[in-house]
Design a protein. Structure first.
Length: 508
């Protein structure tokens, strides 16, 4: 192997100079604003009406806030501040802000500030595309997810017991601005909500608070014009959730592009954890078999359904021990998705871990195109995130995506395309990205690798697309054949030279 590597390096020296590409470097990096410890947002806005919708149907919290914002200053203003408690801020993900009445214009730029533990409140800055004139209003649609914010109660249960979760928040939305009226709607996965906080004296009228209607509980509306911004009224709800809370502490996703093989190879490596209630006693295989036979709900991960793009072939599923045979693959066709049903080696109960990898191949022609104006410029369009599709959802604490391009690819650019609705993606300035090289068999310079790193992501980003544009000439494509040919010729030349050396012993 070392001999062949040396030959490949030697052959790389005889290639034309035009085949040598520049060393990859950073193209972008995420940045965070730094604010003084005593910073307070200027009181140039007022929230005339605020409605917060909290969805608890999945294993993470999804919140959508619609707020009518008015400029109460004498000058046009373009920076609107969002505030979050310090203990909530590190769990914040997929923050997105749009104009509620013109969502088709896209999201607004949002800057996340650095975490300052000395403050009770952390901020995000929303940059309005156009300054809001004095006395004018705009309706903002703010959506985000809160990861690892649900707590099981009790923390330990029997294997066949039902699981209950708790969620705590403030009846008053933590805005740094005066809010005239506001209310909060909570959507539960079922009507089984045995415990919840009731308020007294903060809602006008004699109606019950919260107001219950099926699986929806409404706190408010409250008249809070005289309530100081940042005032907290603690609320805690406890509800039944008979599904696992699937958390991927790390997902590494590799997409390897091969022009010569016409193949796109995808591999994903997962480190899963179930954040649900742990078992109070030892695991019983007999009880587990009975639960599966009767089709009863369970807080353990028993199966992960993995849809694959049409044309996917050669799937595999392995873990730390080796190949996992408890899986089932349903091949699709060019117009229908394939399905890979993964059954872990053991059920993943609360506080249990499981790491595995899954991979498959696709025809590169389904994802790669040449640009119309330049035959040497290619556009690769692949899913930004795939992963299992389960009703309880999956939260990702960290996602690392690597796009491994052919050797010699340069001038690499990327863009993330979103769907028509919110899909759980953060802004581009919240995604770390850089270029590097990755050397494999018979490489000379190494393959160009685009690496994207995102924190606090949810499975809502499954439908988004990653578009990578790069320059790759015909000479770059011939680098590998030249390397192999030069290596083989070098072997024959060395063998010929060695064969012509006279090592016989002669008489003097």
């Amino acid at each position: 192997m070392r001999f062949l590597t040396a030959l490949s390096l030697l052959s790389g020296l005889v290639l034309p100079a035009s085949l040598v590409c520049a060393e990859p470097s950073d193209i972008t990096s995420s940045t965070r604003l730094s604010l003084p410890a005593d910073f307070k947002p200027p009181q140039v806005f007022k929230n005339t009406n605020l409605v917060r919708n909290t969805n608890l149907e999945k294993g993470y919290v999804r919140e959508t806030v619609n707020v009518v914002v008015e400029n109460v200053d004498k000058q046009p203003q373009s920076d609107y501040y969002l505030s979050f408690p310090t203990d909530v801020f590190p769990k914040l993900g997929s923050l997105e802000v749009k104009d509620k009445k013109a969502a088709g214009k896209g999201r607004f730029d949002v800057d996340i500030t650095e975490l300052n533990s000395s403050r009770d409140t952390q901020y995000a800055v929303v940059h309005l595309p156009e300054p809001l004139a004095p006395s004018s209003q705009i309706t903002l649609g703010i959506s985000y997810s809160l990861l690892s914010s649900l707590r099981p109660l009790p923390a330990a249960i029997e294997q066949n017991d039902r699981q209950y979760l708790t969620y705590s928040f403030s009846a008053y939305f933590p805005s740094p601005y005066e809010t005239v009226t506001q209310k909060t709607k909570l959507k539960f996965p079922s009507t089984n909500v045995p415990d919840y906080t009731t308020t007294s004296g903060i809602k006008s009228g004699s109606e019950a608070d919260p107001e219950r209607q099926g699986t929806t509980y409404t706190y408010g509306p409250y008249k809070t014009a005289k309530i100081a911004p940042g005032t907290v009224y603690p609320i805690t709800v406890r509800y039944e959730f008979t599904k696992p809370i699937i958390t991927a502490s790390l997902l590494e996703r590799d997409l390897e592009v091969s022009h010569w093989g016409g193949n796109l190879a995808t591999e994903e490596r997962y480190w899963l954890h179930n954040n649900g209630s742990r078992l109070s006693n030892h695991f019983s295989r007999v009880q587990w078999t009975m639960v599966n036979f009767q089709g009863l709900p369970s807080s353990a991960v028993r199966e992960l359904k993995y849809p694959l793009k049409p044309g996917s072939v050669d799937p595999y599923f392995t873990d730390d021990i080796g190949n996992v045979s408890t899986s089932h693959y349903r091949p699709g066709n060019p117009n229908r998705e394939a399905s890979l049903e993964l059954r872990p080696r053991y059920p993943i109960f609360g506080d249990w871990n499981y790491s595995f990898r899954v991979g498959w191949n696709n025809a590169l022609s389904s994802f790669l195109r040449r640009t119309a104006g330049d035959a040497d410029t290619f556009v690769l369009k692949v899913p930004f995130l795939e992963g299992p599709k389960v009703s309880e959802g999956i939260q990702y604490e960290k996602v690392v995506i690597r796009v491994i391009l052919p050797e010699g690819a340069n001038n690499v650019q990327y863009e993330i395309l979103e769907g028509s609705s919110s899909n759980g993606l953060p802004g581009r300035n919240q995604i770390q990205s850089h270029l590097s090289t990755h050397k494999t068999y018979m490489d000379t310079l190494g393959r160009t690798v685009l690496t994207l790193t995102v924190d606090n992501l949810t499975d809502g980003a499954r439908d988004s697309q990653l578009v990578v544009t790069y320059h790759y000439t015909s000479l770059d494509a011939l680098r590998k054949p030249f390397t192999i040919t030069a290596g083989v010729l070098a072997v024959f030349v060395i063998a010929w030279l060695v064969g012509n050396i006279d090592v016989s012993i002669k008489k003097r």
